[in-house]
Ligand binder design. Structure first.
Ligand code: ATP
Ligand code: MG
Length: 208
């Protein structure tokens, strides 16, 4: 048997239905500690459903095991809309930063292109891409060792995607990226899990 300490995520024989529709039929895979993987596949093949199963947000048959000491940071498809509109950019991320991270807040905001007076702007006036960048900064300041990002590049321009990609390359935990953005995954994802026909197929290189 696999030891959960070496595997932050182990999915065994997972089956899931919504009404009469089967989404997964005994899907199995595991993700090793420190591995950066992507979930790819057509719309509706079950990528977000798998994420919700791993997070324990929905019920299913079979098992999803999260390893000991795994601290999850999650970026949902609507994550940016969950930010508090009444806080400023600085307040949004300052409240999650702890200890050493507090001194880095302005630094990380700068890296994600929030500079100078801009950090006193309210979340309510930010653009879609700006909100996504801010949600990312917040997540990267949290003490997590498993990051699960569901379509993080949706609202991002090329420059913002590069900034995020660099930050994720530097992240030393385990990463699960759900994305249709082939360019973004290139050089970032070390292993590809293809969602197809109610199963999950493991590939060791980017697929077409
Ligand atoms: P996308 O690439 O478009 O984000 P996905 O692979 O993430 O797609 P899911 O969101 O996991 O797909 O949805 C898988 C299937 O399950 C879809 O056909 C969807 O309509 C269906 N589904 C998802 N959530 C529910 C629900 N709560 N009730 C009924 N059906 C659902
Ligand atoms: Mg999805």
């Amino acid at each position: 048997a696999q030891r959960s300490g070496d595997y932050p995520v182990i999915v065994e024989e997972l089956s899931k239905k919504y009404g009469d529709k089967t989404i997964f039929n005994a899907a199995s895979f595991s993700i090793s500690r420190g591995e950066k993987v992507s979930f790819v596949g057509r719309n509706g093949e079950g990528k977000s459903t798998m994420i919700k199963s791993i997070l324990g947000e929905i019920d299913y048959e079979g098992s999803c095991t999260i390893g000991h000491n795994v601290q999850i940071g999650y970026f949902a498809q609507n994550q940016a809309s969950l930010l508090d509109p009444d806080l400023t950019i600085f307040q949004t991320v300052d409240m999650v930063a702890k200890g050493d991270m507090r001194t880095q807040v302005k630094n990380i905001l700068g890296r994600f292109m929030f500079k100078g007076d801009e950090i006193d702007k309210k979340v309510s006036v930010l653009s879609g891409g700006e909100k996504t960048r801010l949600a990312m900064v917040k997540l990267l300041l949290e003490p997590v060792n498993l990051l699960i990002l569901d379509e993080p590049t949706n609202h991002l321009d090329l420059k913002s995607k590069d900034v995020l990609k660099d930050a994720l390359k530097a992240f030393d935990g385990t990463l699960i990226l759900v994305s249709h953005d082939r360019d973004f995954l290139q050089g970032l994802s070390q292993k590809v899990f293809e969602f197809k026909d109610q199963r999950v197929i493991e590939h060791f290189e980017t697929i077409d």
